[in-house]
Design a protein around this ligand. Structure first.
Ligand SMILES: O=c1c(-c2ccc(O)cc2)coc2cc(O[C@@H]3O[C@H](CO)[C@@H](O)[C@H](O)[C@H]3O)cc(O)c12
Ligand SMILES: O=c1ccn([C@@H]2O[C@H](COP(=O)(O)OP(=O)(O)O)[C@@H](O)[C@H]2O)c(=O)[nH]1
Length: 483
C-alpha cells in the first residue's frame, strides 16, 4: 500500500463542504485544529472549487492546504452553471447526485472506508450523513452560522414555537435565550415570502433527523452566545469550537499557517494604500462573495461615501453573471469623483484589512465569517443585511453583542444615502462610537481567550477528538453531550 494511503487509513476524518468560500474555510480551520491533535484530515467539495482556485491562482490546482488534502466530486452540473440564479434547481440536483458521487470518491480514496473516524458535514449538504451511514461511519455537523440560527431553525422546523405566516406576517417571535425578533430580524428562509422553496424542505428534513449527527459543532464561542447555547442543551446541544478564523486574527503564533482556499485573487495594493491613511480613519465596505446589490443601493452607498468625505476601501466584486440593470456595478461618476478619497478593489485580503490599524469600521452584509473576522479585529460594524442568516446576524450585532448599528431600509425596501451617512457618523465619532469600540475590543479579547489552551472552544475540540478516537467513551452512537 502506498504511504499516503496508509496514512489515510489511520485516525482519519473526512470533511465535506458546500462549494462556497464561506463554507469551506471554517471547515478547513476546524480541520487544522483536529490536525494539531494528531488527526489526519481531508476535505471533499465540488469540482467548481477546483476550477475557481485554478482560475484565481493561475497555477495548477492545489491538492493540499497546509496538510489538509483536497478532494473533489461532481455536483452533477457543468462548471459554468449559474447556481445562484437557479438555487432551488441546483440544490435539488446536488442533493440527488451528490450522495453517489461522494460515495464513489470515498471508495476510490479509502481502501477501508469503515476505518474513517467520522465524516464532518455542514448544514447545506446534510445528505452526507446518509453516505456516512452507508459505510457505518459516525457523522458530525459543523454549524457554520451563529448558534442563534441553529436554535431558530431547530425550533421553527420542529414546530416548537410560532413563526410568521401569510395570515400573521408581522408577529413578534419570542425564543429562549434570544431577544424578541421582528420579521426583519428573522432569517429570510423562515418568512412566508421566502422565494427559495427548496430551503425549508432541506432544513425541515435536516432538523427532524438530527439523530443522524452524533455531534453538532458550531463556528462560534460560548462566551459570545451563552444564553442561546444553554437554551439548546435540553433539545439538541451545539458545542462551539470557534471562532474559526485565521490564527493571525487570534493573536496566535504568527508562524501558524492559515488553512483556507482563495477562490478569487485578492488585490494586495490596498494594504499599501491603507498604510498611508491615518489610524482608525478608513471605512471598509464589502458584501462578501455572493450578494449582488441592486443599482439603486450601489448608488446610495456611493453617494454616502462621497458625502462623508472620509477615506474608504470598497470591495466591488464584478457579478459572475452580469445583468443589464447595472446590479453590482459602481455608478459611472464614482471613481472619478472620489479618486483622492478612497480605493475600490475587486476582492480584498479581508482579514488583513480588518486588522489593519487604519481601518475604523466595516459596512457589511453580515455574512457570519465576516462578522467573526470583525469581532476578532475589535472594530465596530455597520450592518446592511440581505438574505439568509444575515438579518439575524445584524440583530445580534446591534442588540446582543452591541458592537454596531444597522442601516434600516425605507418602506419600499430601498435605503437612502442620508441613513448610511448617519450610521457612519454614529460609529465614527461621539459617545455611541466610543461605547461600540469598547465593546468590540472586549469581545476581541474574549475570542483570543477561548481558542487558547484550556479556553472553552479549545476544550470542545479536545473533547470531540477524544470522543471520535474513542479515548474517553465508546463509539456507541450515544447522544452528544452539552458543554
Ligand atoms: O442557504 C444557502 C443556500 C441554499 C441552500 C438550500 C436551498 O434550498 C436554498 C439555498 C445556498 O448557498 C448559501 C450560501 C451561503 O453563504 C454564506 O454563508 C455564510 C455562512 O453560512 C453566511 O453567514 C452568509 O450569510 C452567506 O452568504 C449562505 C446560505 O445560507 C446559503
Ligand atoms: O473582498 C473580500 C470579501 C470577502 N472575503 C472573505 O470571504 C469570506 C466571506 O464569507 P461571509 O460568510 O462573510 O460571506 P459570504 O461571502 O459567504 O456571503 C470571508 O472569510 C472574507 O474574509 C475576502 O477575502 N475578500
Amino acid at each position: 500500500m502506498a504511504q499516503a494511503e496508509e496514512k489515510r487509513e489511520e485516525n482519519h476524518v473526512l470533511l465535506v463542504a458546500f462549494s462556497s468560500q464561506g463554507h469551506i474555510n471554517p471547515m478547513l480551520r476546524l480541520g487544522k485544529r483536529l490536525a494539531a491533535r494528531g488527526i489526519h484530515v481531508s476535505l471533499a467539495t465540488t469540482e467548481i472549487v477546483r476550477h475557481r482556485m485554478l482560475k484565481s491562482s493561475g497555477a495548477g490546482p492545489a491538492d493540499h492546504v497546509t496538510g489538509i488534502e483536497l478532494l473533489f466530486f461532481s455536483d452533477g452540473l457543468s462548471l459554468d452553471y449559474d447556481w445562484k440564479t437557479n438555487l432551488d434547481v441546483y440544490m435539488d440536483i446536488l442533493g440527488k447526485q451528490g450522495p453517489s458521487n461522494l460515495s464513489a470518491l470515498i471508495k476510490e480514496h479509502y481502501t477501508s472506508p469503515k476505518k474513517l473516524l467520522c465524516l464532518v458535514t455542514n448544514p447545506f449538504v446534510p445528505w452526507v450523513s446518509d453516505v456516512a451511514a452507508e459505510y457505518n461511519i459516525p457523522c458530525a455537523m459543523l454549524w457554520i452560522q451563529p448558534c442563534a440560527l441553529y436554535a431558530i431553525y431547530y425550533r421553527c422546523f420542529n414546530k416548537l414555537s410560532a413563526f410568521p405566516t401569510l395570515t400573521d406576517p408581522d408577529m413578534i417571535v419570542e425564543l429562549p435565550g434570544l431577544p424578541s425578533m421582528e420579521k426583519e430580524d428573522l432569517p429570510s428562509f423562515v418568512l412566508p415570502n421566502n422565494p427559495f422553496g427548496s430551503f425549508p424542505k432541506l432544513f425541515s428534513e435536516l432538523f427532524q433527523v438530527m439523530e443522524k449527527f452524533k455531534w453538532v459543532l458550531g463556528n462560534s464561542f460560548y462566551e459570545l452566545e451563552k444564553h442561546v447555547i444553554d437554551s439548546m442543551c435540553e433539545l439538541y446541544p451545539i458545542r462551539p469550537t470557534g471562532p474559526l478564523v485565521p490564527p493571525t486574527l487570534l493573536g496566535q503564533d504568527q508562524e501558524l499557517e492559515d488553512a483556507s482556499v482563495d477562490m478569487w485573487k485578492s488585490d494586495e495594493t490596498c494594504i499599501e494604500w491603507l498604510t498611508q491613511q491615518p489610524p482608525s480613519s478608513v471605512i471598509y465596505v464589502s458584501f462578501g462573495s455572493i450578494v449582488v446589490l441592486p443599482a439603486k443601493q450601489m448608488e446610495a452607498i456611493a453617494t454616502a461615501l462621497k458625502n462623508v468625505k472620509r477615506p474608504f476601501l470598497w470591495v466591488v466584486k464584478p457579478p459572475e453573471f452580469p445583468t443589464p440593470d447595472g446590479a453590482g456595478q459602481l455608478p459611472s461618476w464614482f471613481l472619478e469623483e472620489t479618486k483622492d478619497q478612497g480605493q475600490v478593489v475587486r476582492w480584498s485580503p479581508q482579514t488583513r484589512v480588518l486588522s489593519h490599524p487604519a481601518v475604523a469600521c466595516f459596512i457589511t452584509h453580515c455574512g457570519w465569517n465576516s462578522m467573526l473576522e470583525t469581532i476578532c479585529s475589535g472594530i465596530p460594524l455597520i450592518a446592511y443585511p440581505q438574505w439568509t442568516d444575515q438579518p439575524t446576524n445584524a440583530k445580534l450585532i446591534v442588540d446582543v453583542f452591541k458592537i454596531g448599528v444597522r442601516i434600516k431600509k425605507e418602506g419600499d425596501g430601498n435605503i437612502s444615502s442620508e441613513v448610511i451617512e448617519k450610521c457612519i457618523e454614529e460609529v465614527m465619532v461621539g459617545p455611541v462610537a466610543e461605547q461600540l469600540r469598547k465593546n468590540a475590543m472586549a469581545l476581541k479579547a474574549e475570542a483570543q481567550k477561548v481558542v487558547a489552551a484550556g479556553g472553552s472552544s479549545d476544550e470542545n475540540i479536545r473533547l470531540f477528538v477524544e470522543e471520535i478516537t474513542g479515548d474517553s467513551c465508546k463509539k456507541d452512537g450515544s447522544r452528544n453531550v452539552g458543554i
